[in-house]
Design a protein around this ligand. Sequence first.
Ligand code: KG4
Ligand code: ZN
Length: 414
Amino acid sequence: MLILNKAAGVFSKPSRREIFEFLRSFNFRPGNVFLHKLVLGIETSCDDTAAAVVDETGNVLGEAIHSQTEVHLKTGGIVPPVAQQLHRENIQRIVQEALSTSKVSPSELSAIATTVKPGLALSLGVGLSFSLQLVDQLKKPFIPIHHMEAHALTIRLLNKVEFPFLVLLISGGHCLLALVRGVSDFLLLGKSLDIAPGDMLDKVARRLSLIKHPECSTMSGGKAIEHLAKQGNKLHFDFKPPMQRAKNCDFSFTGLQHVIDKIITQKEKEEGIQKGQILSSAAHIAAAVQHTTACHIAKRTHRAILFCKQRDLLSQSNAVLVVSGGVASNLYIRKALEIVTNATQCTLLCPPPKLCTDNGIMIAWNGVERLRAGLGILHNTEGIRYEPKCPLGVDISKEVGEAAIKVPRLKMKI
Ligand code: KG4
Ligand code: ZN
C-alpha cells in the first residue's frame, strides 16, 4: 500500500520492508505461477477512475472502478479540477482493489498500461503521474494507451474478430468512424464536426432537468434519455436528422441540440412552467431526440460500410462493424445499426454495456494487444507526456466525402 501511496505523491520512497509488506498485502504466494503475460491497466482520461488486471488470453483477473457521474450530475457537467481531485482521492484505492482481487502481486505484472491521450488534461495527469511512479518502483515496462484505440480493440477481448474491421465510437467526448487495420493502424473515415452524441444527450437531459425525475436521478444523461424515451412517442416531434445533404461520414449534433432547446423553451411557455421543472412532454422529446440521433448515426455508418466495400477495404461478405463507447450501450441506437448491418450483410458486434463505457479492462487489454504485437512498449519513460487532443489514425475523411456515396433509404422501424 505504501508503494501506491508514494505513487500518489503522498509518502516518500518506501523502504525494502515496506515494499515487502505491500507485496504481502496482495496474498502473494511464491507458488502462484502465471503462465500468461499480465497487464495492469489504468484509466483516468475523463470522469472514471478505473483499473484492471488482464492476462494475455483475455481473462479479467481483477477490476475496480470509481465513477464520478453522480458528482458531475450535481454540478451540471464535468468541472475538470473537481474531476482531478476525485481521481487523486481514488486512484490508489482503485488500483489496489484491482490488484488484490486479481491475486496478482505487482512483481508478477508484465507491464503497466495507462491512458495518456486524448482526454481532460487534469484527469490524464493524475493517471500518468501515478503510473510513472509505479513503473519506476516496480521496474516494469510502460505502455501508453490511446483511449479511443482501447475502445476500438475491446471487442477482441470477447470475440475472435480479425483485422480489418469497421469501428463506430460514440461517447460523451468522441464520435468517429474508423477502419481498424491493425492494433495501431487506423483509417479515420469521419468524425463529429462539433460535439459528440453523448455530450448532446447529456445537454438535452440537463435542459429537461431529468436529474429531478424520480426514475432518472442517478443516470447519465444518455441513459436517462434512453430510459424516458421508452415512455414517449418518437413521432410526437419531427426533428430532421443533421447533414442530410453532406455525402460524407462526418457527424454533427450542435444544430439538433439547439432545435431541441428551442422546442423545450416553447413547451415551457405553453405549459406555463419554469425552467428547471419537468415538462409533461419530456418523454416524447426524449424519444424523438433518441430516434433522430439513431437515424443520423445509422446513415453515416451505412455510408462508411459502402465506402469500405467499394474500395475493397472490407470483406464483401464477411465484414464486421464494431460499435463501442458510452453511447453504444443505447439499445435503440444499436437496433438502428442492426438495420444497417442487415441491409449490407455485415456482422454487428458491441461489447456489453459495462465494457462500452470507460473502464480499466479495455486499457489493460490494449496493453496486452500492444505487448503481443511488440508495439509502443517503453522501458524508459523519460519525456512521456499526456496529450489532451490526439487524432486517431490517418484521416481519409476528405476522400470519403469526395466519393459522395449515395446511401439507399432504409426503413427505420425500431
Ligand atoms: O465512453 P464513456 O463512458 O466516456 C467518454 O465519453 O469517453 O461515455 C459516456 C457518455 C455520456 O455522454 C453518457 O450520457 C453516454 O455515454 N451514455 C449513453 C448511455 N449510457 C451512457 N448514451 C445513450 N444511451 C445510453 N444508454
Ligand atoms: Zn470513453
